[in-house]
Design a protein around this ligand. Structure first.
Ligand code: NAD
Length: 476
């Protein structure tokens, strides 16, 4: 008998969409309008490098323009193809709707292995790609705003912003054409860590609900939970680091491109990240048990599994062997539709990608607003807030003197209380609030008792409902 065929990434997203939409009462035409990808632009361009012309293929896909600009990262990887960018663009539509970031969904990709090129070459390639997209308004502050994704970071975003600026010298809002930029090029504090930080906030919120914890067969808090992370890149590193340093989680396995490390007593995330930066992989790291086929560690016993590398890693060939009772999809699409069904039947709780990694687009939204308003968050109010707090501290001082030994202020109260919120505190507060609110909207639907037996379907129901409302408001 033939093994059941694994759907492609885009088919997987559509299957999950269809599962949810079957529970809704949308007119069939509107359902189709929301599902389909509006447009995908393919570009092939040549760059003269190392004495010859190299041709590169890139994509920018726009899934839904019910709100503009559309938003979504640009990925640099060899696996980039049209099916993948369209799946990722669709996820962006649902993600933005779920966390109420006022954007449509888009995604871009360039088929390239960034490790094969030096920084100067990459800059030439990135600028040329940005030129091709910008001249068709596929990079534009009010039309289409990219961000970092796999293989790209703030350096590439700075090149893109500068390229757009060179092509639009009088556009006062040019910095808002891309997010995830470095601070000195119009970025915002807390953007680099945002997606990993969002994963942490999502887990913190999950563990505030005993009913949900019980559904995963877990108990207690995040403290002491055994965590396995796949991909120690931007998202995986920050998520693992914060969970280890701030929530008391134990990272028992780390899976990277070249293999996996395992230590039931816990691995040091920071030390391993430094090792990878120096040696290019986890191989040779002096602690923990190394295996070449790291994906085997996805199947280890643990409390929380965090796939944070790429799509399709939990599929029909290994889903039955996954032992984690709770999976949080830090990457986009790490669990295929087929695997999703197997895991649901086993009782595994999956916190879905469109929610779990929405921290990135949430803080990108803050950055875009900062760029359009041309002022740093907190710049106007911070000292005024401090002055008002000072009034209370002065009163407490008087009380302190009056009550003598009976009462005194805690030693660090004054310092902590007086400090007005700067940009980083405001960004984290906005992100935390967004992650809590979105989780609550999902769980309300999950527990509504109307045939919704998983968080992914709940997430789709909430977001499709919001996109449908926008289309209705547009008269569609
Ligand atoms: P990244 O390039 O910074 O990191 C990816 C990491 O995964 C790298 O360390 C890489 O070596 C590792 N990796 C690659 N192939 C692997 C394999 N086969 N097995 C194990 N590890 C492997 O990328 P990132 O920005 O952290 O993105 C990771 C995922 O998160 C992607 O799915 C991306 O779409 C998603 N995401 C990223 C952001 C963001 O803000 N960067 C936002 C939302 C979602």
């Amino acid at each position: 008998m033939n093994a059941p065929k694994e759907p492609s990434f885009r088919e997987s997203v559509d299957l999950m969409f269809n599962r949810a939409v079957a529970l809704m009462d949308l007119p069939p035409g509107l359902e189709e309008k929301i599902r389909v990808c509006n447009a995908t632009y393919t570009v092939r361009f040549g760059v003269r490098l190392r004495g010859q012309i190299h041709t590169f293929t890139g994509y920018r896909s726009v899934h839904s323009e019910h709100m503009e600009p559309v938003k979504g990262g640009i990925r640099f990887a060899m696996g980039v193809n049209q099916d993948e960018v369209e799946a990722l663009a669709a996820l962006m539509t649902y993600k933005c709707a779920l966390v109420e970031a006022p954007f449509g969904g888009s995604k871009g990709g360039l088929r390239i292995d960034p490790r094969e090129w030096d920084a100067h070459e990459l800059e030439q390639i990135t600028r040329r790609f940005a030129y091709e997209l910008a001249k068709r308004d596929l990079i534009h502050p009010s039309q289409n705003v990219p961000a970092p994704d796999m293989g790209t970071g703030e350096r590439e975003m700075a090149w893109i912003a500068d390229q757009y600026k060179r092509m639009n010298t009088t556009d006062i809002n040019s910095r808002a054409c891309v997010t995830g930029k470095p601070i000195n090029a119009g970025g915002i504090q807390g953007r680099t860590e945002a997606t990993g930080r969002g994963v942490q906030y999502a887990l913190q919120e999950f563990f505030r609900h005993p009913e949900d914890i019980a559904k995963a067969g877990l108990s207690g808090s995040l403290d002491g939970k055994r965590v396995i992370v796949q991909g120690l890149g931007n998202v995986g590193y920050h998520a693992a680091k914060f969970l280890q340093e701030e929530d008391g989680c134990k990272v028992t396995a780390i899976i990277e491109r070249d293999g996996g490390l395992m230590d039931e007593d816990g691995l040091d995330v920071e030390a391993i990240r430094n090792w990878i930066a120096k040696h290019g992989g986890v191989d040779g790291y002096p602690k923990g048990k190394f295996i070449r086929d790291g994906s085997k560690y996805l199947e280890n016993e643990c409390d929380i599994l965090i796939p944070a590398a790429l799509e399709g890693v939990i599929n029909m060939s290994n889903a039955a062997d996954i032992k984690a009772p709770l999976i949080i999809e830090a990457a986009n699409g790490p669990v295929t539709a087929g695997a999703d069904q197997i895991l649901r039947e086993k009782g595994c709780v999956i916190i879905p990608d469109m929610y779990a990694n929405a921290g990135g687009v949430t803080v990108s939204y803050f950055e875009w607003v900062k760029n359009l308003s041309h002022i740093r968050f907190g710049r106007l109010g911070r000292r005024q807030e401090e002055a008002r707090h000072q009034l209370i501290v002065d009163e407490l001082h008087k009380l302190d003197e009056h009550l003598g030994e009976k009462w005194s202020m805690s030693p660090d109260f004054k310092q902590k209380y007086l400090r007005g919120a700067g940009e980083l505190e405001l960004v984290r507060s906005g992100l935390d609030d967004t992650m809590r609110a979105a989780y609550q909207s999902m769980r309300e639907t999950w527990h509504s008792g109307e045939n919704v037996d998983d968080l992914r379907t709940a997430a789709y129901l909430v977001s499709i409902g919001k996109v449908a409302d926008s289309y209705r408001a547009l008269g569609l």
